[in-house]
Design a protein around this ligand. Sequence first.
Ligand code: AMZ
Length: 283
Amino acid sequence: MTKEEGRNNSQFPIPNSQFPIPNSQIMNVIPAIDLLDGKCVRLYQGDYAKSQTFNDNPVAVARQWVNEGATMLHLVDLDGAKAGHPVNQAAIEAIVRAVDVPCQVGGGMRDRTSVAAILNLGVRRAILGTVAVEQPQLVGELCAEFPGQILVGIDARNGKVATRGWLETSAVLATELAQQMAELGAAEIIYTDIHRDGTMEGPNLESLREIAKAISIPVIASGGVSSIADLLSLLALESIGVKSAIVGRAIYTGDVLLKEAIQAVGQGRWQDVPPDLGSSSFA
Ligand code: AMZ
């Protein structure tokens, strides 16, 4: 029996893990659902003391984002990231079963067992943060065992990587870690600028450019998106590998309407329509 069959025959049927990853030729807008105590919250700069609950029912939130056009969801187990082991599996499993788009999940996975368990729930991709700094060889092993399903979340404070719920800052440089993780087989890198996260100050385009130029796997931009203009500015980095943007607070406050964001930079966007040169009125 292959590993894939083994997983499919597990106790949990896999409702959505087989759905394809969205088109990489456009900017994927990925809504974030951050889970604290089973609720959908947003933190300010990752500070657990500055948490704001947006909805007690994360499944309803997930359904709403999919109804508005999301082709993938980004789920974070904030309790798990702090505790060092997954905590919000029940909510994650409920979301994965409720939606028909792939989900990527991070927070608290520090060993093989927790990664295998989350993928077994039907989660399409597991995100590793702390272990990338503390046990890089484990990331390599997991990338080999679960090809295409391991993402590395690099969360940086002034260019240095933060770990353990962002309560610690390591001496490791974000760009160097990105290079090492790409070599070890990570499918994509999620880059979060902690100072921007939850602040609506716009993404850190300089740091994103530095990371994207340093590696040849796709980069997912995270942190700070506050407007459609911010998403449009990320398009400038698309050709060097910034293929997706995670949006958090802005879609909860209503500053960004997910549907409009997808129209602006996602599937069917005007940027990809070839100009009708023949009828141009310009010489
Ligand atoms: O906001 C925070 N304090 C926070 C957060 N969003 N802390 C961790 N995380 C996310 C990372 C990544 O997706 O962005 O948790 C994941 C990493 O968890 P871990 O347990 O692997 O370091």
